[in-house]
Design a protein around this ligand. Structure first.
Ligand SMILES: NC(=O)c1ccc[n+]([C@@H]2O[C@H](COP(=O)([O-])OP(=O)(O)OC[C@H]3O[C@@H](n4cnc5c(N)ncnc54)[C@H](O)[C@@H]3O)[C@@H](O)[C@H]2O)c1
Length: 261
């Protein structure tokens, strides 16, 4: 993929999937701007990959506006900042609900709106949302997260419809379980992952780079006729509704399921 001459913004770009996207776009020749909270030291993350950075909180409209002002007109915007957090329905506090929606959904709304405003006069641009398999799936104990990620599909479809006439594309990647600090505890517990990975056709979790490649594709000119849609990057998790693994020939090797026959 070629991002030469392209100006790219990645929210939540200082860690995990966002950092992998930033690295990938920079390596493909793009000028990359990492937007992240000051506490995550985005400047240091940017320096390590030849990118630039702005401290911005997606829940703070003014900080996002000034970051976009500094970055200039973007060709590609990766709307990726997000937080997790589990709690059963009855224990989900209003604070947890509001914070999750503020970052994952309202933060995405602000980012898409500002990006579109800047892309429209240029009559081009590509926006990629980081949604989730949880946009479709009712995984337990994640009501706030699932609602926020399902809500992104509303932004996706509506913005695609409104921005298409201006030559601006918007799509979403829907990652499954990916190894980042958000999922560190799950990946560190073989009991959890051996069970979870039984339901993933490829028998393992994903790496941030594997998601970044899909996101970059959607932002690139290779996806010139693709807008308003989702690309699921989950090792076959959504396809494997009743589970793939657990036959006598199957063995969990500590990281992934393997079949011996
Ligand atoms: N890891 C997974 O399994 C997985 C699966 C599906 C979707 N996702 C989504 O991928 C995205 C990236 O998550 P990750 O797994 O890389 O986690 P991560 O914690 O490594 O990265 C998230 C980044 O978002 C930033 N961020 C959080 N709140 C912010 C705010 N208010 N303003 C600006 N930046 C903010 C964080 O500082 C961090 O750099 C999130 O939207 C997450 O919901 C992750």
């Amino acid at each position: 993929m070629n991002f030469h001459g392209k100006n790219a913004v990645v929210t939540g770009g200082a860690n995990g999937i966002g950092l992998a996207i930033s690295k990938g776009v920079a390596a493909a020749g793009g000028a990359v701007w990492i937007f992240d909270r000051a506490s995550e030291n985005p400047a240091e993350a940017a320096r390590s990959i030849g990118a630039r950075a702005c401290a911005a909180d997606v829940t703070d409209r003014a900080s996002l506006e000034s970051a976009f002002n500094e970055a200039g007109v973007p060709d590609a915007v990766f709307v990726n900042a997000g937080i997790g957090g589990t709690a059963p329905l009855e224990d989900t506090t209003s604070e947890h609900w509001s914070r999750t929606l503020a970052v994952n959904l309202t933060g995405a709304f602000h980012t898409v709106q500002i990006a579109a405003e800047r892309m429209k006069p240029a009559r081009r641009g590509a926006i990629v949302l980081t949604a989730s398999t949880n946009s479709f799936d009712g995984e337990a104990d994640l009501i706030a997260y699932n609602a926020s990620k399902a809500g992104l599909l509303g932004i996706l479809h509506t913005a695609a419809n409104e921005l298409g006439p201006y030559g601006i594309r918007i799509n979403a990647i829907c990652p499954g379980l990916i190894r980042t600090r958000l999922t560190k505890a799950s990946f560190a517990d073989p009991g959890v992952i051996s069970d979870y990975f039984k339901h993933i056709a490829l028998g393992r979790g994903g790496e941030p780079e594997e998601v970044a490649q899909a996101a970059m594709f959607l932002a690139s000119d290779l996806a010139s006729y693709i807008t308003g849609t989702t690309l699921v990057v989950d090792g076959g998790q959504l396809a494997s509704k009743f589970g793939t693994w657990g036959k006598p020939a199957d063995r969990f090797d500590g990281q992934r399921w393997v079949r011996s026959e």
